[in-house]
Design a protein around this ligand. Sequence first.
Ligand code: KIV
Ligand code: ZN
Length: 522
Amino acid sequence: MTAPVSAAKRDRVIVFDTTMRDGEQSPGASMSHDEKLELAKILEEMGVDVIEAGFPIASNGDFEAVRDISRIVRNSTIAGLCRAHQVDIDRCAEAIRPAARGRIHIVIATSDLHMKHKLQMEPAEVLEAITRSVSHARNLCDDIEWSAEDATRSDRDFLRRAIEAAIRAGATTINLPDTVGYTYPTEYADLFRYMIANVEGADRAIFSTHCHNDLGLAVANSLAGIQGGARQVECAINGLGERAGNAALEEIVMALKVRGDCLPYETGIDATHITRASRYVSAITGFPVQFNKAIVGKNAFAHESGIHQDGMLKNRETYEIMTPESVGQAPSSLVMGKHSGSHAFRAKLKDLGYELGQNALKEAFGRFKDLADKKKHVYDDDIIALVDDALARGSERIRVVHLRVVAGTEGQSAELTLAVDDVEKSAAASGDGPVDAVFNAIHEIVPHEAALRLFQVHAVTEGTDAQAQVSVRLEEDGRIATGQAADTDTLTASAKAYVNALNNLFSRKEKGRPETAIASGF
Ligand code: KIV
Ligand code: ZN
């Protein structure tokens, strides 16, 4: 039988990141294999306790992501999601086998609505499935999380019995998701208090929150869950997740840090990594972070009004409850110019939280020199865009070699040369606007059926010579791929971002990711 959870563990909140699983279920937020590996490294460095790396039975892509992340991450536990089916659990166990610490996460719905209409199972059958699936998983792994999907709309007494069955079968974490973002903080806190007080064996498990943001209450509910006794929070960077998203990791972590007087629980998170993680997730998914988003928004630490600025000059604490530095949002400073050497560049990257290998460093330095030639001032944000761009590029079957665009009142056309599997091919095309002309030229060279789902441009820094960061999302047969690129030339960045998305789409096709992965249909 599992031993009771120690007092030390009860003073700490375990941070469980689900950006790559629930976050990726957000329509359009798919990430490539290499992007997931990079994100896993960032999360590990940040001190995330558990990284939910995917849903291994859903697709080969998810399986490979969980397996490869299990190979490279040493300090965080790697979790894979499964339904309460033996095949799901076996596939998950195989994926997490290389992990230093692996976790099997089983989910089954417990609300009447879900059991009747979705699972088409009687409550007694659900209880049997819990015992069977958790016992099977426990024979394969010591760390088992069990989730009661739609817990907040489940009958309390049935939920209590379901949790007891899961703990008896060996579950060590009990997650009570607010799957549809329906609960209220007081109600959610009470749910945890009730279950912790009434479930037989509750002292042998950690209780966990998992909140969706349909009513904008995900973070408030997660904190209320902690008040009610939960000691694990499931969350995602930038609040990514199904529909309106999950609770935002950065908001929960900073609420716990800033208001330790209200909730005196430690997390293992080094918050100075938060901004970098947020920017990276935004870049690879193409989901922008709203300017006024708490903690990671561009304006989160901006003080515009005269009264506020005056107060800040006298004492920062007048209007600042945490410093931008504490979340890694140092003011973007001027960095080196074109005469800077590679040692200074490497030191700057280290300051910004990047440790690149020899080849990646050389490549990034070359790109920095090109940028410094084109742009008068190179800022930290430029360097971040440049490195994230390279990290997000992944496979490069197709590359942009040359682009010339004519734009203006007389019409728009593009001449483009791409290297496709190292063979150069050229085309000229016109379009409704220069970007359309560029994309039409790509179509001429690489015919494909993918539809453009997102085209987004933002300036990395201020000024008319700022780099443009472009995100492109393509969709073909239910497969979604995102690409991004940064360049001082918006049209070059657009061409590169489109080509990057195509490369990701083609590599996903080669890996045979099914057209419709099992997403929310647990
Ligand atoms: O929202 C939900 O219920 C989930 C479970 C898989 C934990 O994402
Ligand atoms: Zn969820």
